[in-house]
Design a binder for this molecule. Sequence first.
Ligand code: HEM
Ligand code: HEM
Length: 337
Amino acid sequence: MRRAVATRIGARTNLALLVLLAAAFLTGWLAFAFATAPSRWSLILHATSGFAIFVLLPWKSMIARRGVSRPRPGRWASVVLAVLVLASLAAGLAHSTGVLVIAGPLTAIEVHVGAALAAIPFAIWHLAARRIRMRRTDVSRRSFLKGAAVIAAAAAAYGSTEILVRAAGLPGNKRRFTGSYEAASFQPELMPVSSWMFDAIPQIEAGDWSLRVGSRRLSYGELSSFEDTVTATLDCTGGFYSTQAWEGARLDRVLGKIDGSSVRVVSSTGYERRFPLAEANRLWLATRFGGRTLDSGHGFPARLVAPARRGFWWVKWVVAVEVDDLPAWWQAPFPTQ
Ligand code: HEM
Ligand code: HEM
């Protein structure tokens, strides 16, 4: 009888973990997709699901101890899963409180997201190899109330850490609503250099470069003769943001009168992003920031400035802008290179 009860608690705990992991994944990516208020809302849900995983740890460690003591193939993979999820949780908290924002060559957020991504194959394997059998009685008012209690405890724990961060004046206090930290605003020479994934910085000579605009070509001299300015904040998914005074050409002025649905902005590395054509009057091809020429790390000869969007939209080393009839959503929601 006792064993049966423990099994039911185990199955429900595992199911709750599954829901929470999925919620953390979804809300993490949602927060990356926006640079506006939805980012904060999804991060509140995100942090609550993360803390709820913490709340369930005592129950899960009972299940895990029982599982580890059984000699079964693939135990090591469950242990790797546990290490990755705990590493992701620790790095998320290190970032949000600000106790450790940079860990060697990586930022805490990069470790956080990296560990979570690395956990995916192990999580899928875990689900397939350690199946749970749910019963109809598992879906009851009691289990619903227990679930609500776990969420309430998680929300309270999250709220308390936020209050603690403020009261103790920890660096996390200065995070933007996206969770990012300020870095070198209006100091272009100190602005961090980052890329979405693995793009190496190309060294491009201005004389060898030209911008392809449909069937036309603009030289570096022609593009840099534009003096459209915009003060905009680059909010990098690596966990920092930087506000700079950008100068260059507003994209609709480069494109001229043209029909189409979307505009594709392509980098010399092959990286690209697509935008609605109607947004072209809110996008800039910058050649300067803070009164100085862009350096290679920040996208020389020209980089896109997309004020309403997260950093991965700000294509660097732009070589082509092309208008066509494909809808702007016709692309992977996040870059794949
Ligand atoms: C936070 C995510 C999770 C972590 C870190 C984790 C970790 C572990 C570990 C270390 C074990 C013991 C080793 C083993 O049996 O291979 C285990 C066992 C198990 N896990 Fe998970 N797990 C997680 C989520 C889940 C989910 C979402 C499910 C199912 C929906 C699940 C179902 C099971 C089952 C059925 C066992 C076997 C228990 C037994 O043999 O008595 N786990 N887990
Ligand atoms: C295993 C899956 C994940 C878990 C359990 C998890 C959990 C957490 C936790 C506990 C925090 C700290 C929240 C706080 O104290 O404010 C956090 C922060 C954060 N996570 Fe995740 N996370 C996961 C995956 C992801 C993914 C895949 C992304 C993005 C694609 C992401 C993006 C973020 C961001 C941006 C923050 C910073 C929030 C802030 O500082 O306000 N997380 N996460």
